[in-house]
Every structure is written in C-alpha cells, then in structure tokens.
Design a protein around this ligand. Structure first.
Ligand code: CAA
Length: 287
C-alpha cells in the first residue's frame, strides 16, 4: 500500500487513549471509525472528543470549522464488521490485557481487508505475541501514543519479530501526518522506551511514600521543581490511569524481574478502583 492510499482508520476502544487517537486522526483529515463494545462506551468517547475539540476551538488552537469538520469525520460504531470492514489502517486501544487484545484481533482479521495495516497502542505487551494471532504479522506493529494524545507529541513505533520494514515506515508516516514525532523502538521489550523509564519512576515514587520517606505532595513537588517533569509522579499516574500503570508493571515484573514489583500503594488504588482522573479519584481527588 502507498501512504496516500490511507484514507480511513479504525480506532478500536473509545476509552482514554482510543478517543484521543481518534480525535488526532480526524483532526489530520482522516475518516475514523471509532468502535467500542457497547453504545455507552462509544458515546462517552465521542462526547469526550466533542469536549476536547470545543476546548481547542475556545482557545483558538483550531477554528470552530475545523472542530466541526473533525467531529463529522468520526463515525461511532459497535459492530466490528462495520468498524473495520473497509479501512486502510487499524489502531487498537482496548484494555491492557493480552487475552482481551488477542480476542479483538481474532475478530479484526475476520473482517478487515487484506490491505489493512494493524497497529496496537499497547503500553508494554509483546508486539510479536500479538502479531501471531493476526494471520498477517508482517503488517502488524506497535504504535504507542501518550496521554493525552491531542497534546503529547511523541509516538513510539515498535517492531515485532515479524514486522515488515514497510509497515514501520507507513506507521511512522502516519504519526507524522498526525503532527506527531515518531521514535522507532527496535526491540520488543516490555515497556518499550518511555514506560521502561517512566513506570519505574512512578513505582519508586510510591515506594518513597510507602516507606515513610516523604508525602505524595513532597514527592510531586520534588519531581516537578527539581527533576523538571511537567507533572508530579502521582499526578502523572492519575493522568495515565493507575490501572494502566499497574498492568504495565505487573507485566514488566513477570518478564524483567523483581526490580519491577508493584508497590502496594499502587496496588491499593486499583483494588479500590481509584483509577485516576478518568474516574474522578486516584492518588488525588478530582471531584
Ligand atoms: N483536549 C483539550 N484540552 C485539554 C485536554 C484534551 N484532551 N486535556 C486537558 N486539556 C486542557 C485542560 O482542561 C486545561 O484547560 P484549562 O486551562 O481551561 O483549565 C488545559 O488543557 C491545561 O493545559 P495547559 O497547557 O494549560 O497545561 P499544562 O501546560 O500543564 O499541559 C499537559 C498539560 C500537556 C498534560 C502537561 O502537563 C504534560 O505534558 N504532562 C505530562 C503528560 C505525560 O507525560 N504523558 C505521558 C504519560 S505516559 C503514557 O501515557 C503512556 C503509557 O502507556 C502509560
């Protein structure tokens, strides 16, 4: 496939990342099929895109016409055949569980045209393992966006063991067309580049509070004012989603060893469903 042949993109999963990726794709002029497993999830994602586009228009970062045109390019759907039946590119952003992702790809390959390139927004899972359920592993790669996609400039493009060079080039070109900067990840290791570095930082912040060295606020102030990150470690955890961070760590722990053992403080947020900003409470309260 030539890059200019890419016109329609399916984004699977309308959650935190999925709706943001769909928004970015629509703003770049692509027709987008936004799919989730029920009407409510798709509607929520669509409404968040509407909110975000309004916000960007209010701040004159885009025109009102651009906001309306972007929204018009997005078709919310539940049916998988309708979602991927005639698309050129699929970006999957469903929950960070290998079984769920494999199930989704089982359906995708049944309906997606042979030409379609398949990408996963996984934060850490093996691209090679996922590619092997697609029957077209050469056309499969990782395309990892950051939260919030509309604001974050980087996209990791990850090669699995079977990924064709052409697939990686198309994914990189697409990231650039979205106005992002792609970075090639050459080895399919848990966490890739960003999460390999960032997730241990968030976990270590939890251990620092857990062992009584400092409070969350003290850690966050230090991280912002001394290390110079735009958000504190706990603020970032709440932004990313504590469930996401926890699943990434669990997987890194399993594959890379005990240095990545999740801190109980993080585990508690998941047990108590304090997933972060998306549910109004995490390490901090947002209600
Ligand atoms: N669309 C439109 N507007 C949005 C928005 C969205 N999706 N999300 C937030 N905003 C708005 C807010 O509502 C706020 O609006 P008001 O000013 O009207 O209240 C405004 O944006 C805040 O923007 P600012 O530019 O004023 O704030 P900022 O300078 O603090 O920037 C930020 C915000 C870009 C998120 C910045 O804090 C930042 O870069 N944080 C780090 C984020 C990060 O590292 N993300 C990656 C995490 S790792 C990951 O995602 C991968 C993984 O797999 C776990």
């Amino acid at each position: 496939m030539e890059f200019d042949d890419i016109e329609t993109i399916a984004v699977l999963g309308a959650g935190n990342m999925g709706h943001g990726i769909a928004e970015v794709a629509a703003m770049a002029g692509y027709d987008v099929m936004l799919r989730d497993i029920n009407e409510e999830f798709v509607r929520n994602g669509y409404e968040q895109i509407e909110w975000s586009l309004d916000k960007l228009a209010e701040k004159d970062q885009i025109t009102r016409e651009e906001a309306d045109a972007s929204l018009d390019r997005i078709t919310p759907v539940v049916d998988m055949e309708e979602a991927v039946g005639d698309v050129d590119f699929v970006i999957e952003a469903v929950p960070e569980k290998m079984d769920i992702k494999k199930d989704v790809y089982g359906d995708v390959v049944e309906y997606a045209p042979d030409r379609a390139i398949l990408a996963t927004n996984t934060s850490s899972l093996s691209i090679t393992d996922l590619s092997e359920v697609t029957e077209r592993p050469g056309q499969f790669c990782g395309m990892h966006f950051f939260n919030p996609p509309v604001r974050m400039a980087l996209v990791e493009v990850i090669s699995g063991a079977h990924t064709d060079e052409r697939t990686l080039e198309l994914a990189e070109d697409l990231a650039e067309a979205f106005g992002k900067t792609p970075v090639r990840v050459r080895k399919d290791v848990p966490g890739f580049i960003v999460n390999r570095v960032l997730v241990p930082l968030m976990n270590e912040a939890c251990w620092t509070v857990e062992d009584g060295t400092a409070t969350m606020e003290e850690v966050d102030s230090t991280v912002k004012f001394d290390i110079g990150l735009p958000m504190g470690a706990f603020e970032l955890g709440d932004q990313v989603g504590n469930d996401v961070t926890y699943h990434v760590l669990e997987y890194m722990n399993e594959v890379l060893g005990e240095a990545y053992e999740p801190c109980p403080l993080l585990e508690e947020t998941v047990e108590e469903e304090r997933y972060g900003k998306k549910v109004g409470r995490g390490f901090y309260d947002y209600e």
